[in-house]
Ligand binder design. Structure first.
Ligand code: ADP
Ligand code: ZN
Length: 223
């Protein structure tokens, strides 16, 4: 079977990062998160990070040309031909078109997009409870894990914090941005028959397994 290349499409709070980690392990693909890469750039104070910072804080998208360049560079690295999973990219039609050109240029199999479906109420509940470890990056949830700012990270003892874009105003803006700019990608990939749809509102382990099964069965059909 050819290498598997995947795109996770879904609103903030759909669980892209968490399920991506599972699929990475199960499928042996490389997990590429543009959000993580951008947060790293911000933390390191690189030129890219300095440009991206204000957009991210406000819950807006970083300009296409910056993110496209970042993705292109990453997909060109040596570990990518085994297969990859993009988490948070593409997020606009321009990014999707750029991705398709990158994939052609690198002669990689065209990606399968996974449409992660979840209600808005659940998204808001999850994002408002999201807590992260500054040290190891593990994501927790106040409602589910009962871990809050001030507690030590159960995994590494690191400091727990709230992402600046998880504040309520920024959450609402990210949802609007998703609906306006990213949702059109569902039709885009549907038209190319490169889309599968999975309900992601349920329990994390079950959803991860559904996602894996859906990807595997579509992959077999595509050959
Ligand atoms: P979430 O999916 O929870 O909103 P991410 O970690 O994927 O979070 O992204 C965080 C922020 O990083 C976004 O709100 C945006 O500002 C920026 N970002 C990440 N990926 C992209 C992208 N493909 N295009 C533009 N901006 C991006
Ligand atoms: Zn930690």
């Amino acid at each position: 079977m050819a290498s598997t290349n995947l795109i996770l499409l879904g609103p903030p709070g759909a669980g892209k990062g968490t399920h991506a980690q599972y699929l990475e392990r199960e499928l042996g693909v490389v997990h590429i998160s543009t959000g993580d890469m951008l947060r790293e750039a911000v933390a390191e104070g690189t030129a890219l990070g300095n440009k991206a910072q204000e957009y991210m804080k406000a819950g807006q998208l970083v300009p296409d040309e910056l993110v496209i360049e970042l993705a292109k560079e990453r997909l060109g690295k040596r570990d990518c031909p085994v297969g990859w999973l993009l988490d948070g990219f593409p997020r606009t039609i321009a990014q999707a078109e750029a991705l398709s050109a990158i994939v052609d240029e690198l002669q990689m199999p065209s990606p399968l997009a996974v449409n992660m479906v979840i209600s808005e109420a659940e998204v808001v509940r999850r994002l408002s409870g999201r807590r992260m470890c500054r040290n190891c990056g593990t994501i927790f949830n106040l409602h589910r894990d009962n871990i809050d700012v001030g507690d030590p990270c159960p995994t590494c003892g690191g400091e727990i914090y709230i992402r600046s874009d998880d504040r309520p105003e920024a959450v609402r803006e990210r949802l609007r941005v998703y609906q306006r700019q990213t949702e059109p990608l569902i039709d885009y990939y549907q038209q190319q028959a490169q889309l599968i749809t999975v309900d992601v509102e349920g329990k994390q382990e079950e959803v991860s397994q559904h996602l894996l099964a859906a990807v595997r069965s579509k992959d077999v059909k595509r050959g």
